[in-house]
Design a protein around this ligand. Structure first.
Ligand SMILES: C[S@@+](CC[C@H](N)C(=O)[O-])C[C@H]1O[C@@H](n2cnc3c(N)ncnc32)[C@H](O)[C@@H]1O
Length: 247
């Protein structure tokens, strides 16, 4: 069940305790999604709620000048270790420590559901240059696949998995929200899948007993499916949204 272990603010802070696990176990983002998210001509990009820099490193790989904002010091430390080219600053989506109209694009990967969207939208609009874009991206397991349905039952759902992806709307002062969905598969084995489950906020904040139950349940789903074997792939759908400020 979503949201059963601790309040949302506690769960949002919980990632710090598991920064290394997060960095090891969580997926990055597929190239076509990153290409779609950042407009041609952008040079300075702010990756907001950057975590350990899973998206930031793809932005750096495109030759962009990347600033990362992340509230948790443990996540920022892991980001700096993984992508030292990025300027990592403390801050939140609601309070960004950058000047007005100072960046060309802002990305928010797997994090917009943690923010106060009304305050964050106003703050993002302040920091973007006229015509700048806000891009949101989420990876979701592809629950059209049978064993993924079993996996989701064993894992429990995070907020992001109960969000209605058709209803994501950035809103004024931004123009219309455009969307793009892409499919991909991540090479996986059962130990990595268990670690990835353990890196989720509601598992980090669960009681030790509940955490053991969830992780054992995940292992059982893989072991019960003879088709998966030891090395398999985890199918994802990646949902992207973008909207631009008026010029
Ligand atoms: C699921 S992680 C995603 C991290 C990274 N963007 C990625 O794609 O792996 C969510 C991140 O949002 C951060 N976060 C939580 N509340 C936030 C807020 N109000 N403003 C900015 N970031 C926030 C958390 O500290 C955490 O690092």
């Amino acid at each position: 069940m979503p949201g059963t272990h601790g309040d949302k603010a506690t769960r949002a802070r919980s990632f710090g305790a598991a920064a290394d696990l997060y960095e090891r176990a969580r997926p990055g983002y597929p190239d076509d999604a990153v290409d779609w998210l950042v407009p041609d001509g952008a040079r300075t990009v702010l990756d907001l709620g950057a975590g350990t820099g899973k998206l930031s490193r793809s932005l750096v790989g495109r030759g962009l000048d990347v600033i990362a904002i992340e509230p948790l010091p443990e996540m920022r430390a892991a980001l700096t270790a993984a992508v030292p080219e990025v300027r990592a600053l403390a801050g939140t989506a609601e309070q960004i420590p950058l000047a007005d109209a100072s960046v060309d694009a802002i990305t928010v990967a797997q994090a917009w559901h943690w923010v106060d969207p009304r305050r964050a939208t106003a703050e993002v609009a302040r920091v973007l240059r006229p015509g700048g874009t806000l891009g949101l991206i989420w990876n979701r397991r592809d629950d059209r696949v049978d064993w993924i349905v079993q996996l989701t039952k064993a894992m429990g759902s995070a907020e992001v998995e109960v969000m209605d992806m058709d209803a994501v709307e950035i809103g004024p002062p931004f123009g219309p929200t455009e969307s793009f969905v892409t499919e991909w598969s991540r090479p996986m084995d059962v130990d990595l899948l268990v670690e990835m489950t353990a890196s989720r906020s509601y598992v980090i904040t669960a009681t030790p007993r509940r955490r053991r139950e969830i992780l054992a349940g995940v292992r059982r789903v893989v072991e019960a499916d003879a088709h998966l074997g030891t090395d398999f792939t985890l199918p994802y759908r990646t949902y992207c949204y973008r909207a631009a400020l008026p010029t």
